[in-house]
Design a protein around this ligand. Structure first.
Ligand code: MTE
Length: 313
């Protein structure tokens, strides 16, 4: 562990992740103790009190109505648990999100294996209500809890050779039954260009709706890149590597003609098998127009000013 944990934070500050996990353990203990009396399932642990979330909602959050919790946690894409939308919620019960280590490798001065607390410490959590636009032309609005990717990555001191950052999901076929079938090349991989990763919109999420991230949504830590199609937002991350070359990515390996490295939400570039002009917000009857960069153009369009986005889909 190369990064020293900060001393206890002031009460006015947002609870650091290490306290969430302690609190979660505490809640689990309490639930077991109370099990004889209360026959309800274990409630997800609260990460941040509501009013602190509101204070930190900040300028990047949309004020659109969030998609109901039930939908966000039962209509998922997480092929490690199966390819149907209900599979992740149904098949992720045996997954153990703790203890958890993230390996940091490649072009940086502080590589190492970091326990989740050390990976995040001393960062404060924020709530970011983001639209998520799936490549399959549906979308949701999700209130994430997390830490900006830039704040975390800076502490590993990427060097001047670091042009990209590559991410990998954990490989545990015994806990993730979908990995026993080769629907994708496991482990799931994704990547960003360094300037994309350092954009303030990019988030490492550890929760949603103010609660600990459920397994099906990518526990204990996942990426959220709201201006890109949902598949860039890789779940259950165990490895991060700073690289000189563009890293291979699972969907690009599987179908290069359909899924590019960039995959910015772009209504002007159709998927080879369907249009990307419109989308159905989960819960809505009518479709709506898809916005360039999923509506985040003012924050990210500059990253691609010199690029042909028809070519670099
Ligand atoms: N990450 C991993 N490891 N495996 C996956 O199958 N699916 C992606 C992305 N991250 C996926 C993944 C896709 S296609 C989408 S749309 C989002 O996760 C869905 O996130 P959600 O289920 O939390 O809404």
């Amino acid at each position: 562990m190369l990064i020293r944990r900060q001393p206890a934070l002031r009460a006015s500050e947002i609870t650091p992740p290490e306290l969430f996990w302690q609190r979660r353990r505490f809640l689990q203990g309490a639930a077991v103790a109370g099990a004889a009396m209360v026959a309800s399932p274990l409630p997800a642990a609260r990460l941040v009190p509501d009013q602190q979330l509101v204070e930190l909602r900040g300028r990047y959050s949309t004020d659109e109505e969030p998609t109901p919790y039930k939908k966000v946690t039962t209509y998922n894409n997480f092929y490690e648990y199966g390819t149907n939308k209900g599979d992740p919620a149904a098949n992720s019960g045996n997954f153990k999100p703790r203890p958890w280590n993230v390996a940091v490798q490649g072009e940086c001065n502080r590589p190492g294996s970091y326990d989740l607390e050390d990976f995040f410490a001393p960062h404060k959590l924020e709530e970011r209500i983001y639209r998520l636009r799936c490549v399959e032309a549906w979308s949701m609005v999700i209130p994430w809890v997390g830490v900006p990717v830039a704040d975390v990555l800076k502490r590993f001191e990427p060097n001047s050779n670091a042009r990209y950052v590559a991410f990998q999901t954990v490989y545990r076929p015994e806990e993730m039954p979908g990995q026993k079938r080769k629907v994708l090349e496991w482990p799931y991989r994704e990547g960003l260009r360094m300037d994309e990763a350092m954009n303030p919109l990019a988030l490492f999420a550890v929760g949603l709706y103010g609660e600990v991230l459920p397994n099906q949504n990518g526990a204990p830590v996942r990426l959220v890149v709201p201006w890109k199609y949902g598949f860039k937002s890789i779940k259950s991350i165990v490895s991060i590597a700073f690289t000189r070359e563009e890293p291979p990515t699972s969907w690009n390996i599987s179908s290069p003609g359909e899924y590019g490295f960039y995959s910015n939400v772009n209504p002007a570039v159709d998927h080879p098998r369907w249009s990307q002009r419109r989308e159905r917000r989960i819960g809505d009857f009518f479709k709506r127009d898809t916005l360039p960069f999923n509506g985040y153009a003012e924050h990210v369009a500059g990253l691609y000013a010199d690029m042909d986005l028809q070519q670099n889909y």
